[in-house]
Design a protein around this ligand. Structure first.
Ligand SMILES: Cc1cc2nc3c(=O)[nH]c(=O)nc-3n(C[C@H](O)[C@H](O)[C@H](O)COP(=O)(O)OP(=O)(O)OC[C@H]3O[C@@H](n4cnc5c(N)ncnc54)[C@H](O)[C@@H]3O)c2cc1C
Length: 272
């Protein structure tokens, strides 16, 4: 047993102050990653600063070409949001495919993005939708945000207050779930943007975490259809290998999921 303090912040400023006052604090959002890690003694903190009561981190709104979702919004709220379904149906589909009902009702967008689990779903959407990560001090392009496994560009104590996704012309998401954990073993988000650019992002498979598949982006720029990907594959040397699947297996899954994602364009139901 070890003791710790629980503090609930009512504003982003208060959360920052409470974090700074402690010697080794952590922010608590849905707790679906942080609390199991603490229970297993993989992490230990003297203060948990709960972000769950911060109203400024809750909203969902469309403005111009952007859909902004607060860092404290749960996956279930994203999945059920009419605004999200209207602007980017495949993002609602992605959120609705995360874990199970308990995970979706506690886990948050900010927690998922900040944690950058190599098998998390949202990082793929953030890259493919050219998102901007909003923090309490700055804006960070998704391309610069996910730096390594479980690593991000966030500085000590920085808070993800929201994420602005660029609304595409069309997009789709498909993933192959690990049947035990329900995390994707390979998840591919494809998007064609209104300026004609194509972005393809892969999660769950890469040995350095989420990545953009540039060869697929080039192929789909000419023809945004599954047949454009014929014969294209990712390098197995870039893929994770573990008891659940070899690098070659994951490389094959990436190609299959990319084709399936193209078959799900505009759908609010993820292909799983
Ligand atoms: C059984 C199970 C199955 C799951 N399946 C999936 C899945 O299929 N796909 C998937 O993508 N995810 C999955 N998850 C993860 C889940 O979706 C959560 O998103 C994830 O655990 C982190 O979000 P959280 O809100 O719970 O964050 P927490 O666990 O509270 O925090 C995670 C980390 O982020 C930090 N943090 C939290 N919020 C912020 C913020 N706003 N700003 C800065 N730092 C912050 C915390 O300090 C901590 O270090 C699963 C989890 C479980 C337990």
């Amino acid at each position: 047993m070890y003791s710790l303090s629980y503090r609930r912040a009512s504003s982003v400023e208060e959360a920052r102050r409470l974090f700074k006052e402690a010697s080794d604090a952590a922010y608590l959002a849905g707790g679906h990653t942080l609390l199991p890690a603490m229970k297993q003694r993989l992490a230990a903190h003297d203060v948990l600063v709960d972000l769950g009561a911060i109203a400024d981190m809750k909203g969902i709104g469309v403005s111009g070409d952007g859909l902004t979702i607060g860092g404290g919004v749960t996956h279930a709220e994203v999945a059920g949001s009419q605004e999200v379904k209207g602007a980017i149906p495949s993002l609602a589909a992605l959120a609705g495919s995360i874990g199970d009902a308990q995970v979706r009702h506690r886990g948050t967008l900010g927690g998922s993005i900040a944690n950058n689990d190599p098998a998390a779903d949202y990082p793929a959407a953030a890259l493919a939708l050219a998102a901007t990560i909003r923090t309490d001090g700055r804006e960070i392009a998704a391309d610069d945000f996910f730096t390594a496994l479980y690593e991000t560009a966030l500085e000590e104590g920085e808070i993800v207050t929201g994420v602005s996704f660029r609304i595409p012309e069309t997009a789709g998401y498909a993933k192959f779930r690990n049947p035990a954990s329900r995390y994707p073993m390979a998840g591919v988000f494809v998007a064609r943007h209104k300026d004609g650019t194509v972005r393809v992002a892969v999660t769950g498979a890469g040995n350095e975490g989420v990545f953009r598949w540039s060869e697929a982006e080039q192929a789909l720029s000419g023809n945004f259809a599954a047949e454009a990907l014929a014969g294209l594959s990712v390098d197995p040397d870039m893929m994770m290998g573990d008891i659940h699947g070899s690098p070659e297996y994951r490389a094959n899954l990436v190609a299959v999921m990319a084709r399936r994602a193209l078959g799900s364009l505009g759908s609010a139901e993820a292909i799983i």
